[in-house]
Design a protein around this ligand. Structure first.
Ligand SMILES: C[S@@+](CC[C@H](N)C(=O)[O-])C[C@H]1O[C@@H](n2cnc3c(N)ncnc32)[C@H](O)[C@@H]1O
Length: 253
């Protein structure tokens, strides 16, 4: 059986495209066979390849790390429009680090810091970003960043616990639960993060995050309660919903 036929039989919808990527990435025939077997066994394509294409660039990724979603490119484009070059960028819950790296590149950031609670994600992100810290939310960050963050980007786990069984099997079976599960309403991690966000943002600094459309009213309430001025941006084609919170200290809104 050809590689395409094996992958089609395993349920890969884009078997031809995926086979071409595996062939282009494999070091030799044995490596190609290893990759095809992993993919046929259901491992996400990006985990098999060892890289993910995001916002026009390739970033290192591996098993056990959340795969950045194409819809998040919308957040990168929108944030790049509202943050000036030379910004200090912090990517919390960074996973592979691709989102922060893409943003820093798009903005022309002066500094990029990233952190994640999962050591596997942190090890992966260190391939893509220089300043990566390991720990819960803001805990591992250098205190010198407090009040200096111009752009705080966070794609936290935001799937409500009850909705986890409805996710595609590649997410359910191959992405750690802690990368997906946002608690009863999907906002548990964001809720904790927002309690501290203002202390880390620079005056006029902004927080950008992504949630589902259904979560917007609750999240806008949390952003407002955190002392940030909320704004919602939506792309229907990508089914992407971005919530922005601006730190407006020192000026009337
Ligand atoms: C949905 S994934 C997003 C990863 C990355 N931002 C992206 O979009 O590709 C959420 C990430 O949050 C991390 N995470 C979950 N709870 C955390 C916490 N309390 N503190 C820091 N990171 C956390 C997970 O390890 C995971 O990498």
């Amino acid at each position: 059986m050809t590689i395409v036929a094996r992958m089609r039989a395993a349920g890969c919808v884009f078997a031809e495209d995926e086979a071409a990527l595996l062939e282009a990435t494999a070091r030799d025939a044995a490596d190609l066979e290893r990759m095809v077997r992993l993919r046929v066994d259901g491992l996400p394509l990006e985990h098999v390849l060892g890289w993910v294409q995001f916002a026009g660039r390739r970033y290192v990724i591996g098993p056990g790390v959340f795969v950045p979603r194409p819809r998040t490119e919308f957040l990168v484009r929108e944030a790049a429009l509202i943050v000036a070059p030379g910004a200090v960028v912090l990517d919390l819950c960074c996973g592979s680090g691709a989102v922060g790296a893409a943003l820093a590149e798009a903005i022309g950031a002066a500094e990029l810091h990233a952190s994640d609670a999962d050591p596997v994600a942190v090890a992966c992100a260190r391939n893509n970003v220089d300043n990566v810290y390991e720990g819960d939310l803001f805990d591992p960050l250098p205190r010198s960043l407090m009040g200096r963050v111009d752009l705080l980007v966070v794609i936290a786990p935001y799937v409500p616990t009850d909705a986890i069984p409805l996710l595609p099997h590649e997410a359910r079976d191959f992405e750690p639960r802690a990368t997906l599960d946002g608690g009863a309403d999907g906002l548990a991690v964001l809720r904790r993060l927002l309690e501290a966000a203002r202390r880390w943002l620079a005056p006029e600094g902004i927080l950008v995050t992504e949630v589902s459309e259904r979560q917007v009213p609750a999240l806008v309430g949390l952003v407002t309660a955190a002392g940030l001025e909320p704004r919602v941006i939506r792309d229907n084609d990508l089914d992407a919903t971005v919530v922005v919170g601006r730190h407006t200290i020192g000026r009337y809104v």
